[in-house]
Design a protein around this ligand. Structure first.
Ligand code: NI
Length: 190
């Protein structure tokens, strides 16, 4: 296993469409995924897509702890159990409903920054495991957000390209200022 170098915004590998994997059971793919998982854990991150480690293939890995989902979400839509470490080969996403919610995202390829991004609240996703079995799941809230973010990488899309208000793209270390301003704006006047 090895910790791989992560491509950063501006590298062309992050802007192109990744290629479909012919055989999810390819032993070479398992080595790549092992290295992606080690790289994600070292960073640390909650997900990683193969193009982020300079491999133009349709493969993502992610993990969502229930505690993290509860912290990021509105509570009701969040899973009560951890979403286990998941490897998806050739994933596809289908939105279930039109509703989108703004939420803060960060990306290992856009270090230091965080931005508020609209994502579908409720999706169905499918893909293949390294054993060649199909995974089909429904996801809501932060879980759905993570999957949409990772799968965007496979189409050459980084989260700032999804943002509708670029004044909400800030350094993570300064986010507290925006949070304080938002709170002040939300105070009822009396
Ligand atoms: Ni990312």
């Amino acid at each position: 296993m090895a910790i791989l170098k992560i491509a950063r915004m501006g590298h062309p590998i992050l802007a192109r469409r990744a290629e479909t994997v012919e055989d999810p059971r390819d032993p070479g793919l398992r080595r790549l995924v092992d290295d992606m998982i080690e790289t994600m854990r070292d960073a640390p991150g909650t997900g990683l897509a193969a193009p982020q480690v300079h491999v133009p293939k349709r493969v993502v890995v992610f993990f969502v702890s229930a505690a993290r989902a509860a912290r990021e979400g509105d509570g009701e839509a969040e899973p009560e159990a951890d979403v286990p470490l998941t490897v998806l080969v050739n994933p596809e996403i289908e939105p279930l409903g039109e509703d989108q919610t703004l939420g803060w995202e960060a990306c290992l390829s856009v270090p230091g920054l965080t931005g508020e991004v609209p994502r579908y609240d409720h999706i169905r996703y499918r893909g293949w495991t390294l054993e060649g079995e199909e995974i089909v799941r429904e996801a809501r809230g932060f879980h759905a957000r993570v999957v949409q973010h990772e799968c965007d990488h496979l189409d050459g899309v980084l989260y700032p390209q999804r943002m509708t208000d670029l004044s909400r793209l800030v350094f993570a270390s300064e986010l507290r200022h925006l949070a304080a301003a938002d709170e002040a704006a939300a105070e009822p006047e009396d």
